[in-house]
Design a binder for this molecule. Structure first.
Ligand SMILES: [Zn+2]
Length: 91
């Protein structure tokens, strides 16, 4: 018999979001409690951090998807939905 350990987090476990510039590797950490909007450009080199376009024009940009996800996460955290957990990779 083999055992597999599974690891879950609650949405309240997520405390902050970190952005890393693909051009200069500058990192920017924002507490989710203070999150307002995904930054469009790197504060150091001004290059785009998350694409504001999409190769598939019928889909939203990466920026819209990420910004919407983080805003929804923050909203859900405020609702204290304790019945919901996410499984994460243990590797
Ligand atoms: Zn940069």
């Amino acid at each position: 018999m083999s055992l597999k350990q599974r690891t879950f987090i609650s949405l309240d476990d997520i405390q902050a979001v970190e952005y890393e510039c693909p051009a200069c590797d500058t990192r920017q950490l924002t507490a989710l409690a203070k999150f307002k909007e995904v930054p469009a450009n790197c504060p150091a080199c001004r290059k785009e951090i998350i694409s504001t376009s999409n190769r598939d024009s019928s889909k939203a940009s990466d920026w819209v998807a990420v910004d919407g996800f983080l805003k929804a996460l923050k909203e859900i955290q405020g609702r204290r939905l304790t019945a919901l957990r996410l499984e994460i990779s243990a590797e």
